[in-house]
Design a protein around this ligand. Structure first.
Ligand SMILES: NC(=O)c1ccc[n+]([C@@H]2O[C@H](COP(=O)([O-])OP(=O)(O)OC[C@H]3O[C@@H](n4cnc5c(N)ncnc54)[C@H](OP(=O)(O)O)[C@@H]3O)[C@@H](O)[C@H]2O)c1
Length: 273
């Protein structure tokens, strides 16, 4: 299969006003893609400013969609507005997400359920809404922002890991179903990236795992992700240390050891056990 050339193609990115989504939008813009950018309504002005900057620096066209995906009917509204104003996008990055840190049963249920919705049921619904038209057009790719956290259990962020494992499984399953349609699904599995996500909801700044793996920048990730996107890689884990830890060592280690190491490394150094 030929490499995708994004020049002149339309790419929809959710969660594009900060972090990974913002960095990915820059790399798409550098390649000449026109961008439909989503964010929560509160970030409307920041998103518009970013979209204008991308237009003026890279000579592309942008559209903004400040829509709360967690609101009743949010995914349907995004689908309707994008389809009416832009048409069916060539590519779609399911990127908006959140994390809840703490013991599973001690976090408010509403917070756990919101993590489940934003990270799994909403991306699933968006795929469900956009895929029929993409299949009709016979071209395009959905990129799901999963995580290395979906490749093994993640104590203290168990719901997060479960949603990312679910999204990766969904990506693989639907990709197989799409064989021969010209449309495909890819899963991006980043390691720890220094964004707002790792500062929210009690996330420990001194997580033991950071001592092993460090934190990469969103720009580092986006520069690595785009070539993988162009090649339509099914599952892409960027960086040598992430591949070593989350693919190679994981396959060699017994489950009890993975669970024990996960429990130790996913707590802060200053946290009481
Ligand atoms: N950081 C990491 O270590 C890491 C590692 C692997 C995977 N990921 C995944 O990468 C994705 C992006 O996260 P990030 O690290 O870049 O964190 P981030 O900067 O907090 O980005 C999250 C994005 O989701 C958007 N969002 C949140 N709630 C929303 C809602 N209700 N409706 C619409 N959009 C909403 C936010 O929009 P606003 O900016 O408008 O608030 C924001 O742009 C997530 O799916 C995350 O799970 C992150």
């Amino acid at each position: 299969m030929k490499r995708i050339r994004f020049k002149g193609k339309t790419v929809l990115i959710t969660g594009a006003s900060s972090g990974i989504g913002k960095a990915l939008s820059l790399e798409f813009a550098k390649r000449g893609a026109n961008l439909a950018l989503g964010s929560i309504p509160d970030e409307k002005d920041i998103l518009s400013q970013w979209a204008e900057e991308l237009e003026s620096k890279h000579g592309i066209t942008t559209w903004t969609f400040p829509i709360d995906l967690l609101e009743e009917g949010g995914p349907e509204r995004l689908h309707k507005e994008v389809t009416e104003r832009v048409g069916t996008p060539f590519a779609f990055v399911n990127n908006a997400g959140t994390v809840a840190y703490g013991k599973f049963w001690e976090k408010p249920w509403e917070r756990q359920f919101m993590t489940f919705q934003l990270n799994l049921s909403i991306p699933m619904k968006l795929m469900y809404l956009f895929l029929p038209d993409m299949v009709k057009k016979g071209e395009g790719t959905i990129y799901n922002t999963c995580s290395v956290s979906g490749l093994q259990p993640t104590p203290f962020q168990s719901v997060y890991g479960a949603t990312k494992a679910g999204l990766e499984s969904l990506s693989r399953g639907v990709r197989a179903e799409l064989t021969g349609t010209g449309v495909t699904v890819c899963a991006l599995c980043p390691p720890y990236i220094d964004t707002r996500l790792l500062k929210m909801d009690g996330y420990p700044e001194d997580l033991r795992f950071f001592t092993i793996s460090g934190k990469k920048s969103p720009q580092w990730l986006a520069k690595k992700a785009l070539p993988a996107f162009e090649k339509r890689k099914l599952i892409y884990v960027p960086g040598f240390s992430a591949k070593l830890l989350h693919i190679f060592l994981l396959r060699l280690s017994p489950r009890w050891m993975v669970d024990m190491v996960s429990r130790f490394t996913l707590q802060g150094w200053s946290q009481k056990p």
